[in-house]
Every structure is written in structure tokens, then in C-alpha cells.
Ligand binder design. Structure first.
Ligand code: ADP
Length: 400
């Protein structure tokens, strides 16, 4: 992966009249990584996160952003906060203006953008988080998930390189949490480095590129999630639990079952393990096909016409805009999260499915299905809905 964007060298911090909250921590975070800081309450996660944009200054040690030690004069902090956006756990504490537009405009206005630049930044950010047309709404009338999106838009309006989220799904229901985690994935896909804190192991395990397990102001373990969460003693010391899929995999191994080397991160991975176990990896003779509709390109008429021919097909939407398109067109969605994996599972059962997504995410479908095909030997055809021919092109799991 690419270069280091954030680095800590033996940093320490004690709150005034408090105990030491960060006790000598070193780590590095690379550009475009998805990092989860995981630990129990009081582990020091929030304290550490607030150091990333200079809200708290370490008592000792060095924090580097983009290979330069962070400086704490007003001008340097202003620039740092443009490049490292911080989304608080509670959006009510982040949203301050009487309308959504004014709130999202706060950051770019403070950075001295011209009025037309502010407008462009606000509209772009609201579009990114799926809140187009919400500009005049008073934030207090919004749902918890929408408020969270306003807070995220406020940060995105400054186009930061790094986005830091303290407990991003706190207070949200399961669907709201899934939507937010998917939005984080989209932002990461657009090139942002994403750092979250959480005590939710099941949330962090499939999502993160790397997990940093913390307790008592120190790092216990830092690695890819399969390894970090696979270290039982670290997991116990951090008062965490094993991710269910990892625990199941370990229990099967303890019973002497021979499983594929790669530990399962998703239900799809686990199904692959189980099928290997029962030597039924071939599955049905014919795999189902996955059709991808690029909502940025394909017309609503074409899509509705295609759906009228393929009545009842399992449909998923990936990304905020794709979900909105589905809603506007009255298309029922069977999958709104882990969409690609769920469609692969369908295909393995011989069923066809449809994924609605945006331009930038189409490639991701091909890459994921292709990677699964190489790992498992099951080649699943991916087809692109093609407007000019009103039919589909077969791509057979390779890139478009
Ligand atoms: P986490 O985010 O992992 O729950 P925090 O960073 O909030 O952990 O807290 C780390 C430690 O610092 C805890 O012992 C907590 O009580 C203490 N702490 C947090 N905020 C303050 C504060 N404003 N003043 C004094 N102590 C604090």
C-alpha cells in the first residue's frame, strides 16, 4: 500500500487532574487505509483520535502528518483541520447552524473560500452523503442517521485527506449503521483515509484493513483483523470478544477439520470454508449471473424495462446515490449492505441478481467477483447493463 500519512512516535498524554490517558503509543497509518481503533470504554481511543487534528497536544512524543511533525500555531492547525476531518460521536455536538446548508458551509467559509466555491463545496458534500435537497432543512428536524450525514458533509466540504470518526455508528439502528459503514467504504474508495474508533468487534472485523487493539492508553496489538482479533490473549486483555466468524473457524480447526488457510472475514468466506469441508465447492452446475447497472450512466427507462423482463430478481444497491435512484424509481431492494458478497452467495445457489451502483463502484464489483473466482475456483459471470444495445454484455468476472 502507499505512503504513510499519520505517524505517532511514543506519544503520551495526561488530562489535567486526570490519569495518564495515552501511555507511550507508536504506530503509522498509510494513505487510503481503513483503520479501526478497537478497545473497551476508557481505552484512550477518543483521546488518541482528537490528537490527529490537533485538538489535544501530546505531553511528549511526536505526531507526524504527511511526514511533518504537527505544529500547534493557529495557521498550522487551520491547515491540519482542513486535511484531517473529525466527525464527533454525537452529531448534535457538531451541528451548530440553523440550516443544513449553513452548517455544511461553516468549514469552507472559515477557510476563506469564495461564495461560489462555498456553494459548490456544500452541494458536492451533500450529494456525497446522499442529502441533496436538504440544504434548507433545520438539522433538529432530521433523523439520527441524517444528522450524522450532515456532520460528515460538514467535514467533507473541506475535502480532507483523512476522515476520523469517533464511534461512527453510535446511536444508530442496524440499517442506519450499515448505511454509514457503506458510506465510509465509498469515501475510502474515493481515496480518503478512514480512521474509526469502536468497541464493536463485529463492525470492525470485516470492515478494517488494519485493527489497532487498545486498552489502558496502550496498543495491545496492531495487524490485519484476522491476526489482531485472532490473538486470544490480546482480545481478552482488551475486554473484547472474538468475532463470531473467527470463533467458528477456530472451533472447527480445534476439531481437526482441515480448512482453507485464509480466515473468514465475511459470511461468503465462511461458506467457502464450509463448502471446502464438505467438498462441494462446485455447487450447482450453473452459477447465477450478476448484472451491474451503473446508475450514473444507464437510464431509468432501460432499467425499468430490464426489470420488467427479469421480474422478482434479487436486487441490491451499493452506495448512497444508487439507493436513492432505487427509491425514486420504486425498486424494491433485497440487499443494501455487503451487496457484492450477497449476490455472489446467490450466484453460488444458481440465482441471478442485479446490483445498482455508481460509476466509481462498478470496477469494485468486478474486482471482488474476480478475486472470489480466483480463490474459490467458482467463476461467476458479471454482466453490464448496456444502454446502447438494450441488452447485457458478458464480462465473465473480468474488469470492465
Ligand atoms: P475511549 O474513547 O476509549 O472510551 P477516552 O479517550 O475517552 O477512552 O478516555 C481515556 C481515559 O481518559 C479514561 O480513563 C477517561 O476517564 C479519561 N478522560 C477522558 N476525557 C477526560 C477528561 N476530559 N478529563 C479527564 N480525564 C478524561
Amino acid at each position: 500500500m502507499s505512503s504513510i500519512i499519520l505517524e505517532a512516535r511514543d506519544i503520551r498524554y495526561r488530562y489535567p487532574r486526570g490519569m495518564e490517558a495515552i501511555c507511550g503509543i507508536s504506530f503509522h497509518i498509510r494513505r487510503k487505509e481503513k483503520i479501526a481503533l478497537v478497545g473497551p470504554n476508557g481505552a484512550g481511543k477518543s483521546t488518541l483520535l482528537t490528537m490527529f487534528n490537533g485538538m489535544i497536544r501530546p505531553d511528549s512524543g511526536t505526531l507526524l502528518f504527511d511526514n511533518e511533525p504537527i505544529r500547534y500555531d493557529t495557521a498550522s492547525l487551520r491547515m491540519l483541520r482542513k486535511r484531517v476531518g473529525f466527525v464527533l460521536q454525537n452529531p448534535d455536538r457538531q451541528i451548530i447552524a440553523p440550516t443544513v446548508y449553513q452548517d455544511v458551509a461553516f468549514g469552507p467559509t472559515n477557510l476563506g473560500y469564495r461564495e461560489d466555491e462555498v456553494k459548490e463545496a456544500v452541494l458536492r458534500a451533500l450529494r456525497q452523503v446522499g442529502l441533496e435537497g436538504f440544504g434548507r432543512r433545520p438539522p433538529h428536524q432530521l433523523s439520527g442517521g441524517e444528522k450524522k450525514r450532515v456532520a460528515i458533509a460538514g467535514v467533507l466540504a473541506m475535502d480532507p485527506d483523512v476522515l476520523v470518526f469517533d464511534e461512527p455508528t453510535s446511536g444508530l439502528d442496524p440499517t442506519g449503521s450499515e448505511d454509514i459503514m457503506e458510506l465510509l467504504d465509498e469515501l475510502n474508495h474515493d481515496g480518503k483515509t478512514i480512521i474509526i474508533s469502536t468497541h464493536d468487534v463485529e463492525l470492525a472485523y470485516p470492515w478494517a484493513d488494519r485493527a489497532i487493539l487498545m486498552t489502558g492508553g496502550s496498543i495491545l496489538h496492531e495487524d490485519i483483523p484476522e491476526v489482531a482479533f485472532g490473538n486470544l490473549s490480546s482480545v481478552r486483555t482488551a475486554h473484547l470478544s472474538l468475532p463470531t466468524l473467527l470463533e467458528l473457524h477456530m472451533e472447527l480447526q480445534k476439531r481437526g477439520f482441515s480448512l482453507p488457510g485464509k480466515k473468514p472475514r465475511t459470511v461468503l468466506d465462511m461458506m467457502h470454508c464450509i463448502e471446502t469441508l464438505f467438498e462441494t465447492t462446485q455447487g450447482p452446475c450453473r452459477h447465477g449471473r450478476i448484472t451491474v447497472c451503473n446508475v450514473d450512466q444507464d437510464s431509468r427507462e432501460l432499467l425499468l424495462e430490464w426489470l420488467s423482463v427479469h421480474k422478482g430478481i434479487c436486487t441490491g444497491a451499493m452506495g448512497t446515490r444508487a439507493k436513492q435512484c432505487a427509491e425514486n424509481a420504486g425498486i424494491h431492494l433485497d440487499f443494501t449492505y455487503s451487496v457484492i458478497d450477497k449476490c455472489i452467495l446467490k450466484a453460488l445457489l444458481g440465482d441471478d441478481s442485479l446490483i445498482l451502483t455508481t460509476e466509481s463502484m462498478v470496477k469494485r464489483v468486478y474486482l471482488r467477483v474476480d478475486a472470489y473466482g480466483r480463490e474459490s475456483g467458482s467463476r461467476i459471470p458479471v454482466l453490464l447493463l448496456a444502454p446502447e444495445q438494450k441488452m447485457v454484455h458478458e464480462k465473465n468476472g473480468s474488469e470492465p
